[in-house]
Design a protein around this ligand. Sequence first.
Ligand SMILES: Nc1ncnc2c1ncn2[C@@H]1O[C@H](COP(=O)(O)OP(=O)(O)OP(=O)(O)O)[C@@H](O)[C@H]1O
Ligand SMILES: [Mg+2]
Length: 402
Amino acid sequence: MSNVIRLAIVDPQDGTREDLKSMLLGMDRVWLEAECSRYEFFSDVVAQTEPDIGIVSIDADPEKALALVEQLNETAPKCSVLVTSTSTDGDLILRAMRAGAKEFLTQPVNLDDMVQALERINDRRSNRGDVKSRGSSVIAVAGATGGVGSTSIAVNVGCALADDERNSVVLVDLDLCLGDADVCLDAIPDFTLLDVAQNASRMDITLLKRSLTKHSSGLYLLPRPVQLDDVDEITPDDLHRLVGLLKATFTHIILDLSKSYGPLDRLALELADHVLLITQLDLPCLRNVVRLMMSFNEKDGLTDKIKVVVNRAGLDQNQIGLKKAQETIGREIFWKVPNDYRTMVEVRNNGVPLIEQARKQPITQQIMGLAAALDGDAEQDSEEDEEAAAKPGIGRWFNFGK
Ligand SMILES: Nc1ncnc2c1ncn2[C@@H]1O[C@H](COP(=O)(O)OP(=O)(O)OP(=O)(O)O)[C@@H](O)[C@H]1O
Ligand SMILES: [Mg+2]
């Protein structure tokens, strides 16, 4: 899986070309394959370097530039063209689109707009099968009630994803009052979400990266603010912009939500590609899942993103059975993480992730499986397989119970 978007730029004007270049060089997910200062040479450059996206800045000579866009569309159909111009003239935009441009950005190009345009092009390319890359994915981890294990799953799925060198992963702790993702990773961060929020308007990728703490697993962390009084300083707009910036650099952005389902949590649900709704197999949790799902039904597209994850499966004999749970909540369980109190207490107390301390344990294997499943690379064994495996003497780790 390639997560890097390869680009080539053409712009005869040195100033705008340099500005664009320095913005693109700040994005880790972007590889600048070639830059060119003459429209006449760009077709050859594209033919030789085969970039995913060609950026054509048209202001130096709009007629020549639009002819180039048309030519690229014919000779290099796999290269998606993005046009930039200082003009906002509707006619010009229309002509660019008719010539085959996939996106049109107004100069000076805003970083958010660039990230979103690249994402849209990448998504369309993935749908067409031109690339296997799925772009960057935002994973919100929400819980059906307090203490269900959302943070444990967010942190450990994050570390499992970061274990694959092709991924770059960041975890943002959105439990602004009581979040403890930093404790789970034994990290003492220099900066928090508040610093990023306060600098939101002048935040660029370099500054943002300096604000993150890198754990030895490879996972980057942005923790909750230190002071309770600072919590209200962080607005949904700040979060929106932050996620946009993070998308330019990271393949996976994990958001550990609070259980208050406040404005930031709700925005996180909206921005997410996957929502892991963590529950346990008891009545209060399952009732909350039903309630939450009913509220989610009212929001466009949210229900489709929900993946119900059962945590602490096999905790005790009185747990509600999996089939019954699925009937109650009216949808499939996406993944099950077994109960393993001893291992979890150990890793929490030591502030290390499961993959570092207990890689071979079934709980860790299931967390790694869940991480792979989010990328569409794994499926959990069906209940029948599990039940067969659960027969005495065949390595039972999980009792589905009644
Ligand atoms: N699969 C598991 N097996 C055993 N214990 C677990 C498991 N998952 C989590 N725990 C334990 O459950 C407790 C709560 O976990 P965690 O803090 O991750 O939950 P949370 O949903 O984030 O809580 P909060 O609502 O406070 O944010 C912790 O002590 C953790 O060690
Ligand atoms: Mg938590």
